[in-house]
Design a protein around this ligand. Structure first.
Ligand code: PAF
Length: 282
């Protein structure tokens, strides 16, 4: 595995691969890699000749008072994991390699970026879209892989790729969960032992809400209220729990068939997000 820190070094390697006709799959990450990331890399290996993984804790997607400074940086352990799984190149740029001091351009995917997590983290999705757009321009991959856990992020990125004609295929990959049901996340490391026991309830409550939707007795609003009540009873502070239609993440109506329930909660100091996608046609 080559570890490259500059855009020019990376481009030199990518050019050689392209000249040889190799296809490239790309997995952007912020590091602190867990089994969910490794699953993305394995899937990337299965769908292209070469795999590039980036580790870059992107400052522009963190708001004031968020965890940019304390975000877990575990570069050496991450390198070992990526080497073991057969990554071709790890791109590990500095902040100044990615953002020049007088950077003026940002990418904004309006509408969807202001809802749900965007309403609680203003500017977050603009930071995500900007860095992902820049990384796509740097790597110019054939395919890029993202986890379904960050469902809204996935929709923002898909919309950006469509609207800006970026020639990359976006592949979404199932959320990897602990046996308890807790979705793997780099931020799970912030949870105390006690919180770790409670955290899996989030996914259980999403499953409960899905079951109520499929049962068809209660309205969407009543189901959302019942789910939030359950979250409250476990000590979660709910930012939102919303039953949405998959295609555009607008609030679902009773006629919609393909649905996703999105949730973001705080447990102590940790913000957790999760979702469940399903169809009303079994
Ligand atoms: O999902 C993440 O880890 C980040 O938001 C991403 C896509 C790597 C952009 O910084």
């Amino acid at each position: 595995m080559q570890i490259l820190n500059t855009v020019s070094d990376l481009r030199a390697v990518l050019n050689v691969w392209r000249m040889a006709g190799d296809s490239i799959a790309f997995v952007p990450t912020m590091g602190n890699l867990h089994a969910g990331h490794i699953d993305l890399v394995n899937k990337a290996k299965a769908c292209a000749d070469r795999v590039v993984v980036s580790i870059f804790v992107n400052p522009t997607q963190f708001g004031v008072g968020e965890d940019y400074a304390s975000y877990p940086r575990t570069e050496y352990a991450d390198q070992d994991k990526l080497l073991a799984v057969g990554t071709d190149v790890l791109f590990l740029p500095t902040v100044t390699e990615i953002y020049c001091l007088d950077a003026a351009a940002m990418v904004t995917v309006s509408g969807i970026s202001e809802q749900y997590c965007g309403a609680f983290r203003p500017g977050h999705f603009s930071g995500v879209a900007t860095v992902v757009c820049k990384l796509f321009n740097i790597v110019q991959p054939n395919k890029a892989l993202f986890g379904l856990k960050d469902f809204q992020q996935l929709i923002v990125i898909k919309t950006m790729v469509r609207d800006l004609n970026i020639p990359v295929e976006i592949i979404s990959v199932e959320t990897v969960r602990e046996v308890s049901g807790l979705a793997l996340s780099s931020r799970n490391g912030y949870l105390t032992d006690l919180e770790k026991q409670v955290a899996p309830e989030l996914y259980r409550i999403l499953c409960f809400a899905k079951a109520l939707v499929l049962e068809g007795k209660l309205s969407i609003t009543e189901i959302e209220q019942q789910a939030v009540k359950k979250l409250d009873s476990y000590g979660f502070k709910t930012d939102y729990l919303s039953i949405c239609r998959i295609r555009d993440l607008n609030p679902a109506s009773s006629e919609d068939i393909e649905l996703v329930i999105l949730a973001a909660v705080k447990l102590g100091k940790t913000r957790l997000i999760d979702n469940i996608c399903f169809s009303k046609i079994l």
